[in-house]
Design a protein around this ligand. Structure first.
Ligand SMILES: Nc1nc2c(ncn2[C@@H]2O[C@H](COP(=O)(O)OP(=O)(O)OP(=O)(O)O)[C@@H](O)[C@H]2O)c(=O)[nH]1
Ligand SMILES: [Mg+2]
Length: 300
């Protein structure tokens, strides 16, 4: 994990010398600086309020005597936020037969790249993977996924451009069963999340998948671009209102200096963060670890 700097920025910003935490409570100016910093780091208002309140209360209880106490308290508060509600980062497996994963998100969020990385990872673990080009909207989307399939050794299912995405999903499950794969990952188109027709299409895909294989998809993974900040939270709410989201993938963590959006998105839709994308190549995918993430945020 590469997000750093929140702590050093706080030290730079803080009017108070945070090496000396006042006895009997954290200085109110320091709390204000912290609040501002968390808001500008995309933690969102709800998470920011929780974190500031947490630190304030611990200060009043006399638990924060040193800078290290303060640093640790912030890290612990972030972990607590990430551990509240649904937070298991492991992928859900089907009780029997192939596990079906549906991948959602706006265009450019990194869905197809994520599928390529996940397929690579699962194949390396010895699982047999199939990827399906359910993005029949964008020209080039099919070939992009085909390249990832070839590179990772995954099976590949596609239909012509303009084909019905739900039919591709159906065919993907047929193939997954016939070829006895462990995991089938279905890509989708990502036109603007404000487009009602996209949400309708996603609901239809999910319905058709469940019809072909009751209980599937076993994961509906929402892919978000961490660099869009607060907008990722808006997207998360819109998608979650249409399709039940079982897990979140935060991409382009390498391109954000802040990372608060990871916590904010989890809080916004009560879904576990399962992976973070840290770059464009096959290995740039990390299973999410809340503790390591929080440590990274507040390390020197
Ligand atoms: N730096 C960085 N770039 C990423 C990451 N994930 C994806 N990208 C890049 O983001 C761009 C868009 O990725 P795609 O995987 O095509 O996104 P998509 O969601 O499938 O987009 P559509 O198919 O248009 O809906 C590509 O240039 C990727 O290489 C990441 O974790 N870090
Ligand atoms: Mg794509």
């Amino acid at each position: 994990m590469t997000i750093r700097g929140i702590w050093s920025r706080l030290k730079r910003l803080a009017l108070t010398d945070i090496r000396v935490i006042a006895q009997g409570g954290v200085d109110s100016r320091l709390l204000e600086q912290l609040e501002e910093l968390l808001l500008t780091s995309d933690f969102g208002t709800a998470v920011t309020a929780t974190l500031v309140d947490n630190v304030k209360q611990r200060g009043e209880r006399g638990e924060l005597k040193t800078q290290a106490d303060f640093q640790r308290a912030l890290g612990e508060a972030v972990v607590a936020a990430l551990m509240s509600g649904r937070h298991d980062p492991s992928l859900i497996c089907a009780p029997s037969g192939p596990s079906i994963y549906l991948v959602l998100g706006v265009n450019g969020a990194g869905k197809t790249t994520f599928i390529g990385k996940l397929a690579t990872r699962l194949q390396r673990e010895g699982k047999k993977v199939l990827v399906a080009a359910g993005d029949t909207f964008r020209a080039g989307a099919v070939d992009q996924l085909r390249v990832w399939a070839e590179r990772s050794g995954a099976e590949f299912v596609s239909a012509g451009a303009g084909a019905d995405a739900a039919a591709v999903a159906w065919a993907a499950i047929d193939a997954a069963v016939a070829k006895r794969v462990d995991v089938a990952i279905i890509d989708t188109a990502g036109r603007l999340h404000t487009s009602d027709s996209l949400m309708e299409e996603l609901r239809k895909i999910a319905r058709v998948i469940d019809k072909r294989m009751p209980g599937a998809p076993h994961e509906s993974l929402l892919v978000l671009d961490a660099t869009v900040g607060q907008n990722a939270i808006v997207q998360a709410r819109v998608f979650a209102a249409s399709v039940p989201i079982s897990g979140i993938v935060l991409n382009k963590i390498d391109g954000t200096a802040t990372g608060g959006v990871v916590v904010a998105v989890h809080e916004a839709i009560d879904a576990p963060v399962k992976f973070v994308g840290t770059g464009e190549s096959a290995d740039d995918l990390e299973p999410f670890d809340a503790t390591a993430f929080a440590q990274g945020l507040f390390s020197e």
